[in-house]
Design a protein around this ligand. Structure first.
Ligand SMILES: [Mg+2]
Length: 266
């Protein structure tokens, strides 16, 4: 659509299934993102809360991806802000140890391992190293009707060997067992996730690049930003047949997107 669009002034990338899979970058992905970052600000927005933002900073730098302060947007930060707004102090936090430690360091006044009686809220991150006892601890709290938030609702997480269950699958487990439902979710497709970007740019000046329809494309639709779908991750071309609205840009790999034209506004 030559000349019909505003120039893109910022690009937001999903991570798993978009820039890399199981920690291994897709061909030319790193080079492409660096070329984009030389022209406009680049942000990263992943729903994966199995690792902390500090872990992601190190991973992206190690891969050679460009990284500026505030470039990693995490559902963990949004969850922490909501906890502060509601003045909640006793949060049973179901998370990997590294994420648990990071979260505790952000607000040492929070009690993240309260007793059953003390617990005001259960917050679930993508915990992929729990044991059965931890699952029971969550179960006992949810049975009592304690408030339940999750960082995101993705059903599965991509892995090179096949996908693996993510929080949405755990939600289904607890719903099946106890007929309980979450009160809040923070990650994509919640448009609030893009607030740090929209502080600087109008939605139609932002391109979001992500591989998943029900989180990434949905976020773009809800927030009014532009969207590019690489087919290297979860979504396959045949999945597009079921859509009433198609993504603006569909490519095989991130490196196939003509960023230069989008930034020029061609
Ligand atoms: Mg993805």
């Amino acid at each position: 659509m030559p000349g019909s669009k505003k120039p893109i002034k910022a690009v937001v990338f999903d991570l798993d299934g978009t820039l890399y899979l199981s920690g291994k970058p897709y061909p030319k992905a790193v080079e492409t993102v660096n070329q984009v970052a030389a022209q406009v600000p680049v942000y990263y927005l992943s729903n994966n809360t199995s690792k902390s933002p500090v872990f992601y900073e190190n991973r992206l730098l190690h891969m050679g991806l460009p990284l500026k302060d505030g470039a990693i947007i995490s559902a963990l930060t949004l969850a922490l802000e909501a906890i502060h707004r509601e003045n909640i102090k006793n949060v049973y936090f179901f998370a990997n140890p590294e994420v648990f430690e990071w979260f505790a360091s952000q607000d040492p006044s929070l009690n993240l391992a309260p007793s059953l009686e003390e617990t005001e809220l259960v917050l679930m991150a993508y915990h992929n190293s729990f044991d059965y006892e931890e699952l029971c601890e969550v179960s006992w709290r949810l049975q009592r009707g304690i408030r339940w938030w999750v960082t995101h609702c993705d059903l599965v997480c991509p892995d090179v060997r096949g996908s693996v269950p993510d929080i949405g699958s755990f939600m289904a487990l607890f719903h099946e067992a106890y007929a309980v439902k979450i009160e809040r979710s923070f990650g994509k497709p919640n448009a609030e996730m893009l607030a740090p970007v929209f502080e600087h740019f109008a939605p139609d000046e932002v391109l979001f690049v992500g591989d998943r329809l029900y989180t990434d494309f949905e976020l773009a639709k809800r927030s009014g930003c532009r969207f590019a779908l690489p087919l290297c991750g979860e979504t396959k071309r045949k999945d597009l047949n079921a859509l009433s609205i198609l993504p603006e840009i569909v490519v095989e790999q991130v490196s196939d997107i003509d960023f230069d034209s989008l930034i020029r506004g061609d």
